[in-house]
Design a protein around this ligand. Sequence first.
Ligand code: NAP
Length: 751
Amino acid sequence: MSAAELNGRLSKVVIIGLGLIGGSFARGLKQAALCDQVVGCARSISTLEKGLALGVIDAAETDLTKAVQGADLVFLSMPIGATENILSVIAPHLEEHTIVTDAGSVKGCVVEATQRVFGETPLNFIPGHPIAGSEKSGVAAGTADLFLHHKVILTPVENHSPHALSIVRALWEALGAEVVLMGHLAHDKVLAATSHLPHLLAYSLVDTLAKDDENLDIFRYAAGGFRDFTRIAASDPTMWHDIFLANRTATLEMLDGFTEGLSQLREAVETGNSQEMLGVFTRAQAARGHFSTISNQRAYLEPMSESTNQQKTAFILKPGKQVHGKLRVPGDKSISHRSIILGSIAEGETHVEGFLEGEDALATLQAFRDLGVVIEGPHQGRVKIYGVGLNGLTAPPGDLYLGNSGTSMRLLAGLLSAQAFPVTLTGDESLSKRPMGRVANPLREMGVKIDTAEDGSPPLKIKGAQNLSGISYKMPMASAQVKSCLLLAGLYADSTTVIEPAVTRDHTERMLHGFGVSIAQQGDMVTLKGGQTLKACSIDIPADISSAAFFMVAASIAPGSEILLEHVGVNPTRTGIIDILRLMGADISLQNTRDVGGEPVADVLVRSANLKGIDIPERLVPLAIDEFPVLFVAAACADGTTRLTGAEELRVKESDRIQVMADGLVALGIDANATPDGIVIQGKGNKEPQVFTGGSIESHGDHRIAMAFSVASLRSGDEICIENCANVATSFPSFVLQAQKVGIQISVKDI
Ligand code: NAP
């Protein structure tokens, strides 16, 4: 029911208890004209007179029995301790159609009071609790917008009247609140933790310090956090007295848990146990973001979506000339994941630099915090992991939520299959649809008891405390995630062999090696013997070659350019972009090639060159799959025709990258034809400096499309406007700044 539908349904509303909450409710009703008459009831005449004088109520009544006669709705907003008395007084005078609701901060005691007074909770009684308020009290403190954008919890009993619920819900929504339904016992538990315990602590701390000899100084220099405590402790004592008594059991339970945690922390401070202290502080620091992520069932960073906000960000590119300089682009995502996983089960402290603070890797990092690993950071790409050893992980407090990250779920499925405790892996809506049978099936062959949903999707429920036996597994599909999952499980089995049908990324094997694990690779086969200890190390995560690709093409197509891309990961399973550009005649050289934590890394020097069109060898397609959007820009600047085949996977990426790129190239004056599995591009060549005409491009929220067309501006005759670019931040947050730094004339516009 909407506010408009409420119109005419409520004639008389009675408010019993005309203080902050009752007064605000009354003001809201009157301001939005939600009923014909608001009648106020309070203990004292002076409150009622004030209510009338302020225009908060239309009429005042001191006699409760008279007040409720003919009422359509009665709102109880006096201290909860008075609920039973007031209900007994008004019960005989309520009419059959009268809806009763309340605002009490504890719900179990209110429901019990209704049962004692009426025999059972009346179907027209809808208990409620607005999660809004302040330390002020009294009718004068109320405002009509007190509930705006706040939650109101309603706890209707079984068999409640749906009509009564819809009226109460519509009233709160008309006041701007968000209504949430919950059982009354669950409500009291949640509120004991989030509101009642913090108030108890504030009262106790402020009172303890007020009794201290130095109390004058303490209060004189009070700042920051202590001010918040004193603010909370200024809440109405009678109300809180009532609340603690009414919610005694749940509050004491929370207090006991807190007391235990506090005494552990005390001991850590006393004994100088840094790891214990950092564990508490880092978990607490991350908790707010983590839990809001879970409760909203969203990804750690917003995924590709077409939200209105994201459609508003556009890139504006002025025609550029050349690019020059040195750059270090963000860290590799696959390696960021693995640094957390292996660092956590290693012996000692692992130091990570260049960690990509993106969606997937953050999901993995939080999961290991939940598994009892102390992890500091990330701060500017730096992470410190206090490894717990192969058998040191501990049971998480609840299900492990992995956001949008399929990599995290598949890799962790392997590692957690071998732990002493059971665990359930969950994710957001999109991850919950992804296939997990590909990891669950071979894990079952290793002896793991693991359940998925019927169609093989998450959640993954792993039984724990199982003995794993090694297997030799021929993967039906080429998947680095499946291979990595089995190798991580294999750390706990005798001997595990994985055979792959085609080359896949080998970051796990390389990093295991970097952590001192010996692993045998022979052709398409990799074998690992379990029980080996991982030794902590330092990992300087290579820059992501997929992000570096934009600048490789930029320097190649813009005459007179030279760029040095530092510390780029050049794992041969990822270097298709370099191979293809070189086949097109690009001038790319790898300098200072070195091994970093088992990964080959180099500084990549790119100078401009006259590119030529080629038929891209299909064997290179999987090795450059993410880099094709920007390779198409290179093809448009090359002499002759470039043909891509065997790349149908590009049609099911964040956008249909074949069609979206073809449309964009055509919009910029290029002859480009999409084919079912690729594209044919007639390059304009090197004679004319201007290849693209300028114009407007729709990126369809695909970050790589947006960045690819930004590079095209270097050879454009006119301005290029690229729409819907906010998602660039999820894979390459510093793209605009780095592009500007080397000479691309890019600016961001909110439209
Ligand atoms: P308040 O400002 O102190 O007002 C309480 C009102 O109740 C006053 O008008 C008082 O009348 C009246 N009252 C007290 N005892 C009464 C009795 N025996 N019979 C009739 N009226 C009586 O309190 P509030 O902050 O509005 O809180 C009201 C309710 O809302 C409480 O149940 C509380 O748990 C709940 N609540 C409060 C907050 C918050 O932040 N304040 C938030 C959510 C829910 P006089 O003025 O004549 O004394």
